[in-house]
Design a protein around this ligand. Structure first.
Ligand SMILES: [Zn+2]
Length: 240
């Protein structure tokens, strides 16, 4: 089993979690978010799509589903202690890294000034047993392109300066879903909180038998003292 490397990394005072779908923050890194919130971090979610294709129920409509998923996402964020959730309402399954979307993401980065941004690894096309959702890759591309150089450079998206949104340099980028994570966060103590937050996404997990066991298996590891722990992995960039 892999070792758990607990690298020194301070809890950011402000963090932004940029994800494609309602439920992505909780599945990918809900334990880390809970840990940061408990330590006093101000965490903002930026959810890029409305999740309106996440159902196989023939009775469900995209409009109904989008409204349900927004409520579920808010409930999950409340469980973890997240300060605010911003929805950009792009259609699910059609996320593209456009200039227009990048500007909207830059605006929120400049508004809330995160020290750290968590986003999906945009280079991840597939895993051992499933294909990565194209929206996750697009969310990763738009997030990192917004962070550098657009959010920190006043010449990018000059319209934003007129709204008082001054340049802001993000200092750390933590990518989830990476093939080779280089930082592991031990989330054993707050794993139940992560599960409780995932459970808020009733439309996604209520028909998904065995999801708790699968989530648990994905997080299991042995630490350097031989203890069983539950962990979340990141590929981390410290930006100069
Ligand atoms: Zn997703």
């Amino acid at each position: 089993m892999d070792e758990v490397f607990k690298l020194q990394s301070k809890v950011p005072d402000r963090a932004m979690v940029i994800m494609a779908h309602p439920d992505d923050p909780e599945f990918f890194c809900g334990g880390t978010i809970a840990t940061w919130c408990a330590a006093g971090a101000e965490v903002t979610y930026l959810i890029l799509t409305n999740g309106n294709k996440g159902s196989d129920d023939p009775q469900m409509t995209p409009e109904k589903l989008a409204a349900i998923r927004r409520k579920e996402q808010q409930a999950a964020a409340d469980v973890l202690g997240v300060k605010r959730v911003i929805y950009l309402n792009e259609p699910d399954g059609e996320l593209q890294s456009t200039l227009e979307l990048r500007q909207r993401v830059v605006a929120e980065i400049r508004r809330y000034k995160p020290y750290t941004v968590i986003a999906p690894d945009p280079t991840r096309y597939f895993y051992a047993t499933y294909i990565n959702h194209a929206d996750h890759r697009a969310a990763g591309v738009v997030a990192i392109d917004a962070i550098f150089p657009a959010a920190r450079n006043r010449m990018y998206h000059p319209e934003l300066m007129g709204e008082g949104l001054e340049p802001h340099p993000v200092k750390e980028v933590w990518l989830v879903g990476a093939e080779f994570p280089d930082l592991w966060v031990d989330v054993t103590e707050l794993f139940e909180t992560k599960l409780e937050a995932i459970r808020c996404h009733v439309s996604q997990v209520s028909h998904n038998e065995g999801w708790v066991e699968r989530v648990q298996q994905r997080h299991q590891a042995t630490d350097e003292y031989g203890r069983q722990v539950l962990r979340e992995g990141f590929r981390v960039m410290i930006l100069r």
